[in-house]
Ligand binder design. Structure first.
Ligand SMILES: [Mg+2]
Length: 166
């Protein structure tokens, strides 16, 4: 079965919820207490429920993973990733405001992996449209990535590749 060589995740509303806003709308400093991360106004930052299991699946299957975020506050995003203790899991992290075409060009160059061998999750259709146009299998996420959508997308990727001419 064909599996992606690189899986790329958006952050806001795909891997994490920042109290209902984009992470660049939070108010630092962030406080961390007993694995609860909150900003100065009490907004909680949390990974969606299935995210740890999804990342573990990627580890188990030895699939490289990456981040592509166009947040206006890359420093805050990186701090939150550190607090969540998941920074090291990602082989690549492209975090800066821009079209995601730039993020994916950087990922392709850094990894040497073809767009056709990548799978991408994002909650914004403009990103899905742009990145999908590159040939990346791009999956629209509604209200946070779930294990169900993740595994269905792996199947979709495998099916898609099976239909490709060799
Ligand atoms: Mg997002």
């Amino acid at each position: 079965m064909s599996v992606p060589r690189l899986i790329v995740f958006d952050l806001d509303f795909t891997l994490w919820d920042c109290g209902g806003v984009w992470c660049d709308c939070l108010c630092p400093p962030f406080r961390v207490q007993e694995q609860r991360i909150e900003d100065a106004t009490g907004r909680l930052v949390r990974l969606y429920d299935d995210v740890h299991a999804i990342l573990k699946h990627c580890d188990d299957q030895v699939i490289s993973i990456a981040l592509a975020s166009r947040t206006e506050q890359p420093g805050w995003a990186r701090e939150l990733l550190t607090h969540l203790e998941i920074t090291e899991r990602f082989a690549y992290a492209e975090i800066y405001p821009s079209s995601k075409l730039r993020h994916f060009a950087a990922l392709q160059q850094a990894s040497g992996i073809a767009y056709e061998d990548m799978l991408f999750f994002d909650d914004e259709m403009r990103n899905i449209d742009e990145v999908g146009g590159l040939g990346v299998t791009s999956v629209f996420v509604r209200e946070g990535l779930t294990a169900e959508l993740f595994h269905a997308s792996l199947n979709r990727f495998a099916e898609h590749r099976r239909c490709d001419p060799a």
